[in-house]
Design a protein around this ligand. Structure first.
Ligand code: AOF
Ligand code: ZN
Length: 486
């Protein structure tokens, strides 16, 4: 049994201003281009149960959502697929589909409805597969639930309820009240995983914080300072793990470190996801990245928005690099400050948060170099971390990646401000005198006991353990299987 898809399927095709649209091959970002979209035909098992059919189309909607990394925040990543059952009883066909891009306003459902209309298909009696509950409120757009009702759809399959208190079940209620059959909870966990940061931010108005650490096998962050060369990063993990870190940066609105790490490593903290080597063995030469990377080559050079760095996969706003520097000790010649000067767009991509006693002259010098400097409350020479998170929330930062030293790692963990951890372990041993993973936490292996929903993977020779400290989502009303409502 086959589901016949459109041959020219491209979720982002119907949106105006096509020049901006990154044509990202289906099947993932930062991976080798399959020359042709892989979606002309999807084969499924004969006589499959209806719920599996739902999963097939929801999977496709999820794929569309996952391709909007960096392009939807501060809104959620959402995908929608519209299908109809042909009158002859043959298998359902996709008549329209789409994903939400913040800069194009339209929510995923509207993109899909417009695509169906542009192709001359009627949406009467159609089924909509949506990765997030259709909205019920007037925000930047009118409610999607109303648009689906007006389009005459008969059924709506939803992966998960919208955690936005303005919606949260009311979209479903609207659909049911219009006699639309609603199925909720199809591939719910996958749909939630895509939008952890949105779920956290929309409920708590603070960023979702991921602590990333590259560690030796004995759980240390770096060799003792005396045995290191100044101003040089120390690499523990191999190229494949470092590529993964680039993907983590790409999926984040901001990355944060402390002045100690800046003085020790002179890092750039940029999003270089556009330079990923397709065989994942290392980063590409910057000059070759435009030719080699599918997403970059599709946009022909630097992102047309002009706001992403030249080596990032397309993103709608630059990765905000945040430095905690109580006394403004950052050198004006550091790589961070030098690169801030070249950031284009209305805002700086380098934010230095300092304390009340920082030198106004140094702040002015940094400002003149294109750096944004802001003060947050401090106590005993330490910036208040809740105030730091509040300062980032004010800037619509939904997701924050910590790439910090031992001191800040310890502070974030002790104050229970990290939500997720990504621990990358190299094979190297650094010994007892090396710098611990987090101050106050003798071993990351003990810390791992606090993690939930742990996943383990490897990148080349390095091991990666990911787990949650807090689930950003409200408890599911539909935990295991799809539940029929209405
Ligand atoms: C949907 N489909 O594709 C998205 C939804 O200001 P607005 O109008 O863009 O609304 C933003 C809110 O809408 C957002 O907080 C979330 O609750 C929902 N996002 N809903 O039906 C979509 N992106
Ligand atoms: Zn909507």
């Amino acid at each position: 049994m086959y589901y016949q898809y459109f041959a020219d399927t491209n979720p982002l095709q119907t949106i105006e201003n096509k020049d901006f649209i990154p044509k990202i091959p289906l099947g993932g970002r930062g991976y080798p281009a399959t020359q042709k979209p892989d979606t002309t035909i999807v084969e499924t098992m004969p006589n499959e149960a209806p719920h599996n059919q739902d999963e097939v189309f929801m999977q496709r909607a999820l794929k569309l959502a996952s391709e909007t990394i960096g392009l939807a925040s501060p809104n959620p990543q959402v995908g929608c697929v519209l299908t109809t059952h042909p009158p002859d009883g043959s298998t359902p066909k996709i008549i329209g589909e789409g994903a939400h891009l913040y800069d194009h306003r339209d929510h995923a459902e509207i993109v899909a409805l417009k695509q169906a209309a542009a192709r001359g298909f009627s949406t009467k009696g159609a089924t909509a597969y949506v990765t997030l509950e259709p909205c019920s409120h007037h925000g930047r757009t009118a409610p999607c639930a109303n648009a689906l009702i007006a389009a005459g759809i008969a059924r709506c399959v939803i992966a998960t309820q919208d955690p936005n208190p303005l919606v949260s079940g009311q979209g479903i209620q609207k659909l049911r009240a219009a006699n639309i059959e609603v199925t909720l909870g199809v591939l719910e966990q996958q749909a939630r995983d895509v939008n952890d940061a949105f779920a956290h931010f929309i409920q708590h108005r603070t960023p979702f914080v991921t602590l990333k650490a590259a560690l030796s096998v004995d759980g240390k962050l770096a060799p003792p300072p005396a045995s290191r060369y100044p101003n040089q990063p120390f690499w523990l993990t191999g190229p494949a793990a470092r590529q993964q870190v680039q993907l983590l940066r790409h999926a984040s609105d901001a990355v944060l470190t402390g002045i100690g790490t800046v003085l020790a490593d002179d890092p750039q903290l940029t999003d270089r996801s556009g330079m990923l080597d397709p065989d994942r063995s290392g980063m590409l030469d910057p000059d070759r990245s435009g030719m080699q990377n599918p997403a970059r080559s599709a946009t022909e050079g630097p992102a047309p928005s002009g706001i992403s760095g030249p080596h990032a996969l397309p993103r709608r706003r630059p990765l905000l690099r945040v430095i905690l520097d109580t006394q403004l000790r950052i050198p004006l010649t550091s790589q961070l400050v030098s690169s801030a000067a070249s950031a284009s767009g209305p805002y700086s991509d380098l934010l230095i948060l300092c304390g009340s006693l920082a030198s106004p002259a140094k702040a002015a010098a940094l400002g003149a170099l294109g750096v944004e400097v802001d003060q947050v409350p401090d106590h005993a020479g330490r910036l208040s971390l809740p105030a730091v998170l509040a300062a980032l929330a004010e800037r619509d930062i939904l997701s924050l990646l910590l790439e910090c030293g031992s001191h800040l790692n310890g502070s974030f963990l002790r104050q229970n401000l990290a939500d997720k951890a990504v621990l990358l372990y190299a094979e190297t041993e650094l010994g007892d005198h090396a710098i611990p993973f987090a101050q106050g936490f003798p071993s990351p292996y003990l810390f791992e006991r606090f993690l939930h929903r742990i996943t383990r993977t490897t990148y080349g020779p390095d091991a990666c353990i990911t787990g949650y400290l807090h689930d950003p989502w409200p408890p599911s009303k539909h935990p295991a299987t799809a539940q029929q409502i209405g």
